[in-house]
Design a protein around this ligand. Structure first.
Ligand code: MN
Length: 489
């Protein structure tokens, strides 16, 4: 059975504490959701603000394939704003638990059904698709919940949704609840929250119980502990539930996850399934050895399935197999003694509590193989002007093969300005900075700053590190070290 996906990253996801997206970011995310075949996109809540309506209008004007919805309460004022935004449909949210009806709305069950029916009528009179979401459905009387749904369907609702608003279902109770709704004549959707870490499990159980649509957010962002994670659900359906399928382009999952993480500033925990930094990383020697022989030994799926690549991590659990495959990637062929020596040196560094990066391995390998590299680019002078009323500006003098080169650049901040003063030079022009990562090694403002960057030139990728008390110097040092490595062959 084909499962439809309503993604609410732009509505429930944006309700993540501290997150507020610009119109442009919302548009970019909506386009990507559409590109990877999400069926329904909840673009926001039209009643919220002028700015919110502008972003929804921007999205509805794009002629996307996905159905675009806005959140609405069962009130004419909300629905009018949705109509104004030219959405295809509304996610009409009607509370169905006693707690919400009496304590929040201070009304009665009968009046609530009238309110709901009138709102559905009003939407249908204005040509809107209606998905009626029962808020707090998991704490509602099932008979009352069903009468709200039956009424809404009689009045023309196209789909209904059961919301586990505070995330109190378990896979068993989720399955039971949905099994009781099989006499409804429209598609049933499930909207879960992750307060007990069960959102994905409950969503999958709902499918078994009869739901045919799921509400998700990218990276599982959302209020409190978040919503059902899009990537975990989609990949689980693909790999673990052969009776169901989605139309999602799975190999784009990592890209959209990164896009949303960058736009929202909500970073992904390293051990997060599917999209976490460590989801396809192997450090243990036994595992790396198995993976190289047959990746199925220690991977539930290939990283390529979700648009990623496998990583072998250097560290004290590492074995020579993983290490050797990494060295070979760099074109370094070593004999057994050299390999053992490199392995020993890496572990010694790891034992000191240090994260061993590709740069460290490069230096260790160079030492063992006694390769001496002469750096072609050297930094001679760097001057930065920065403050609250000036545009950050940098001037640099570098020595490139004994020739002095001077340049200047501006940027959003001093690091950006410094890197821009280098990037605009001819020798750097084919080089892309693809990753930039900063750590402070100790605690205070006097801490040493560790900058790790990744640079790309053509098909070649290198990483490099700069460690200094000054973040700008550390960044420039890492950048130049990376370029020197790229220039070596
Ligand atoms: Mn919600």
């Amino acid at each position: 059975m084909n499962i439809k996906i309503l993604d609410t990253t732009l509505r429930d996801g944006e309700q993540t504490p501290g997150v507020s997206l610009t119109s442009l970011e919302k548009l970019r995310i909506a386009r990507k959701l559409d590109e990877i075949n999400v069926d329904y996109i909840e673009a926001g809540s039209a009643i919220t603000s002028e700015g919110e309506r502008d972003s929804i209008k921007e999205i509805t004007s794009q002629d996307l394939n996905a159905e675009i919805l806005s959140f609405a309460r069962p009130l004419t004022v909300d629905i009018d704003y949705c109509i104004d935004c030219d959405v295809d449909g509304v996610n009409l949210v009607v509370p169905t638990s006693d707690l919400h009806i009496h304590d929040k709305l201070n009304t009665t069950s009968d009046k609530l059904i009238d309110l709901s029916n009138n709102a559905v009528d009003y939407c249908k009179d204005h040509g809107l698709i209606v998905e009626l979401s029962a808020e707090d459905a998991s704490r509602s009387d099932v008979d009352f919940l069903k009468s709200v749904f039956f009424n809404a369907i009689d009045h023309g609702a196209d789909r209904v949704c059961v919301c586990d608003t505070v995330g109190i279902l378990t896979p068993d109770t989720s399955f039971e609840l949905f099994s009781k709704l099989n006499d409804l004549t429209v598609p049933i959707s499930v909207h879960c929250h992750n307060d007990f870490g069960l959102a994905v499990a409950n969503t999958l159980a709902a499918l078994k119980g009869g739901a045919s649509e799921i509400h998700t957010t990218i990276n599982g962002i959302g209020e409190r502990a978040g919503n059902t994670s899009f990537e975990e659900c989609v990949v689980s359906i693909n790999r673990l539930l052969p009776e169901f399928s989605t139309d999602i382009k799975i190999n784009e999952i990592y890209n959209i996850s990164k896009l949303v993480a960058r736009a929202t500033g909500v970073y992904i925990q390293p051990n997060k399934a599917i999209v976490g930094e460590n989801a396809f990383a192997h450090e243990s020697g036994i595992h790396a050895d198995g993976i190289i022989k047959n990746s199925a030994t220690y991977e539930a799926m290939t990283p390529e399935l979700v648009g990623r690549q496998r990583k072998f991590i250097l560290g004290k659990h590492m074995g020579t197999h993983g290490l050797n495959s990494k060295l070979q990637e760099w074109g370094l062929n070593v004999d057994e003694d050299q390999l053992n020596q490199i392995c020993h040196d890496v572990k010694e560094l790891a034992d000191k509590g240090k994260t061993v990066t590709d740069v460290d391995l490069q230096v260790i390998a160079d030492n063992v193989l006694q390769i001496n590299h002469e750096d072609r680019i050297k930094l001679d002078e760097l001057t930065i002007v920065s403050g609250n009323k000036v545009m950050p500006t940098a001037s640099v003098k570098i020595i490139f093969d004994d020739e002095e080169i001077l340049n200047a650049g501006v940027g959003l901040g001093p690091v950006d300005a410094a890197i821009n003063s280098l990037k605009s030079l001819d020798i750097f022009k084919d080089i892309d900075l693809i990753e930039y990562h900063v750590d402070s090694i100790t605690g205070g403002t006097d801490a040493f700053i560790d900058v790790i960057i990744k640079l790309q030139k053509g098909g070649k990728v290198v990483s490099a590190r700069g460690t200094e008390a000054d973040i700008i110097n550390a960044s420039v040092k890492a950048y130049i070290a990376g370029v020197n490595r790229l220039l070596r062959d």
